[in-house]
Design a protein around this ligand. Structure first.
Ligand code: FAD
Length: 241
């Protein structure tokens, strides 16, 4: 075992994979459980940084990947992750190879507030890799808030339901090159008919996030505070954190 593996295993949290299931064409659901995951400070919307480099010869920059916490059960010490494999990168390989009963090492869970509950209505935009995060945000918004969602992918079989089997967000099949224009049109329609203050969460592919971010600022005159943009990956770039 390398020195860095040794240190990582000592300082990071750990959880055992109690369930691994393929839930869509390119996505696995992992459930991690341990005593030390009970009653941690947690704010919905947080991520974990998973040490995928244990016992293999990945380069230092490839040893960690960020994944959104899809659901957390503090009483049982269980967290759910949904990890996609479209990238065919080290993170994708790691999730394909991990098995039930394996131990996973990760950092994160600080309990820092993530959700902006100040809006009258919400616009959630993301691809399949951001679906776990957007499901978790959506479940923790106050019940009186209106939510419009645009989850996009090229193929319908890439989408998956929320942890409880429900489908509260709206799926759209489209090429990512067509996304910005189609989404801008749909978002404009919402903003025109809605009253009150809107807030957007833009996640997933960087190019789409950036295009919609600029559109909201320039054409809809939204303030920066109304737009929460978090690219999860970018064409040709690795391990975007
Ligand atoms: C805050 C945050 C939260 C995240 N949450 C999740 C999550 O819950 N679930 C999840 O699956 N991922 C999530 N990600 C993305 C994740 O961290 C990895 O970047 C992703 O899994 C790819 O890692 P990799 O090592 O397999 O590929 P990399 O080595 O990082 O990338 C290899 C190549 O694949 C491309 N690529 C990366 N992702 C995709 C994609 N989705 N579709 C097509 N091409 C891609 C890259 O552009 C690159 O060219 C999150 C990222 C961030 C920053």
């Amino acid at each position: 075992m390398s020195i860095i593996d040794n240190i990582a295993k000592r300082v990071l949290r750990k959880g055992t994979v109690i369930e691994k299931r393929k839930i869509a064409g390119d996505t696995y659901h992992l459930m991690l459980m341990s005593e030390e995951l009970k009653d941690l400070p947690y704010a919905p919307g947080e991520q974990v940084k998973v040490y995928i480099g244990a016992d293999n010869d990945l380069s230092f920059s490839d040893k960690m990947r960020t994944y959104s916490i899809w659901n957390y059960e503090p009483d049982n010490g269980v967290i759910d992750l949904a990890i996609s494999t479209f990238s065919n990168g080290p993170g994708a390989e790691w999730v394909k190879n991990i098995r039930e009963c394996d131990v996973v090492y990760f950092g994160g869970m600080k309990g820092k507030r993530q959700i902006d509950d100040s809006a009258d209505y919400y616009i959630l935009v993301g691809d399949v890799s951001s679906l776990p995060h957007l499901y978790e945000l959506n479940r923790h918004l106050s019940a009186n808030k209106k939510v419009y969602s645009f989850i996009h992918s090229e193929f319908h079989e890439d989408f998956f339901t929320d942890v409880d089997g429900s489908t509260p967000l709206s799926f759209y099949t489209m090429q990512s090159a067509d996304c910005p224009v189609k989404l801008m049109k749909a978002i404009h329609g919402i903003i025109e008919r809605e009253q009150g203050r809107g807030v957007a969460y833009l996640e997933g592919e960087a190019e789409v996030c950036i295009a919609i971010h600029h559109y909201l600022k320039k054409h809809e005159q939204w303030q920066s505070k109304q737009i929460h943009t978090k690219p999860f990956w970018s064409q040709g770039k690795k391990g975007l954190d």
